[in-house]
Design a protein around this ligand. Sequence first.
Ligand code: PEP
Length: 249
Amino acid sequence: MRSKIVAGNWKMNKNLSETEALLTELSAKLPDTQAEVMVAPTYINLTAAVRNLEASTIEVISQNMHFAENGAYTGEISADMLLSVGINTAIIGHSERRAYFGETDEILAKKVKTALAKNIRVMFCFGEELEDRKSDNHFNVVESQLKNALFDLDASAWKNIILAYEPVWAIGTGETASPEQAQEMHAFIRKTITEAYDATIANNVSILYGGSVKPGNAVEIFSKPDVDGGLIGGAALVADDFIAIIKAI
Ligand code: PEP
């Protein structure tokens, strides 16, 4: 069901004591909100994060997972491992995974299938590069990313999918898509899902925007009708900034 979501992707930041400190501050300052609030610390601190947030409504999610059930995949983490420490949602397809770790649409499609088969909710990230936007190819790129990774799923799978549109040129660069650019793309995404499935699925899926969301621009971005929240990188590492973004929704 479509809901408002603010999720923080901590990437490869925060050691154990820093993780504990940030989570304690976040829980103490969390405002009353209808939105789902999520944080994605590094794998090694997921257990500590789940324990720290036992009494909180903040959900701990993972930044990634592997597509295989188990086996000889040195350094990887499986769906069952995530479930065993209380993680029920995984980010899949972040642009840094695509760019630095060779994660193709085909690999991501496998990850999505495994996660859903294990009842792990998927936060699927996608978005165009700067050259795609400059050459006016951004809608085609986004459409093919969705199609390649998601469009052979059964309609019933979509209740466990969250989308995060993250134009690569806006991630960690301080450059944000304008609220109008975000709205235009989110509306296009709903139209594309309507064509592939139906309007009910398209209207029920939460579509987050990600890319240099900060306290100063969150209200305007979140005010757009097809923007259901944000996936936040840098600003999620500072409690007061993340809290301000949650208040913006
Ligand atoms: C991200 O990495 O998902 C992200 C949106 O980062 P930032 O907010 O730092 O641009």
